[in-house]
Design a protein around this ligand. Structure first.
Ligand SMILES: [Zn+2]
Ligand SMILES: [Zn+2]
Length: 234
């Protein structure tokens, strides 16, 4: 497959995944110009949810809204990184993750965020969506990080139910109930005293990862952290 992709590159040189006007060599996906434009997320953040903040806990976390113990993101969800994640999700360009892995590796080391006993849990996709896309991008990210960190990846302990009813047709309470039933946990797995790192591409409201954290905590998980490639600043 590697040789084949090299031959392809020879005849169809890759253009930059973000600005698309510069041709690249080898395994590159970003031109130097766009590489420099990659924006990292703030390092001074809320102790818990990772929202930009000088120190301590943000207003949301003071009210204890999140079940997970900590959430962190490597990049700010804008510009170049937005383009890369789009390629990853909708364009079968999983190569994006291999390039980002280096940045994620540095981040994890600098922040000393996880130890080797954290079990990676990628946020699952609906089975139909996964079939259509051919892969789950969160799983691709988790496996790529695990390649250098050596952590165990468990992509089947949390699965997503296929919604039987469309959300839009349901009333408010039914909708919440429907969302609550969105995930399944593997019942014969022993979660007690274990540490988990939930992995996803983008952190938006945190609702999805919090739902998973609730399930894990309910099954006696000891510590639950969240890592996403990017996060929107608002
Ligand atoms: Zn470029
Ligand atoms: Zn917070």
């Amino acid at each position: 497959v590697k040789i084949f992709s090299k031959v392809i590159d020879l005849f169809f040189p890759r253009s930059c995944f973000s600005c698309s006007d510069k041709l690249l060599e080898n395994e590159e996906i970003l031109c130097n110009n766009c590489k420099e434009k990659l924006k990292f997320f703030e390092r001074q953040v809320c102790d818990k949810c990772g929202f930009p903040l000088k120190s301590g806990l943000c207003e949301i976390c003071k009210k204890e809204n999140y079940v997970f113990d900590k959430a962190r993101s490597v990049f700010s969800y804008e510009g170049v990184i937005k383009d890369l994640i789009h390629h990853l999700k909708y364009d079968e360009k999983t190569v994006v993750v291999d390039v980002l892995a280096e940045y994620i590796e540095n981040f994890l080391k600098e922040e000393n965020y996880i130890s080797s006993d954290y079990i990676f849990v990628p946020v699952p996709l609906h089975s139909i969506k996964k079939k259509m896309r051919g892969y789950n991008q969160a799983e691709v990210i988790a496996n790529s990080i695990a390649k250098f960190s050596g952590n165990e990846v468990r992509s089947k302990i949390i699965t997503r139910n296929r919604f039987t009813e469309s959300q839009t047709k349901l009333g408010r309470s039914a909708r919440i109930k429907n969302l609550k039933a969105a995930f399944n946990i593997q019942k014969d797995y022993d979660f007690s005293n274990k540490k988990f790192l939930i992995i996803d591409d983008v952190f938006t409201t945190g609702t999805t990862v919090n739902e998973i954290a609730m399930l894990l905590k309910h099954h006696q998980a000891q510590e639950i952290r969240v890592l996403t490639i990017a996060r929107a600043k608002t």
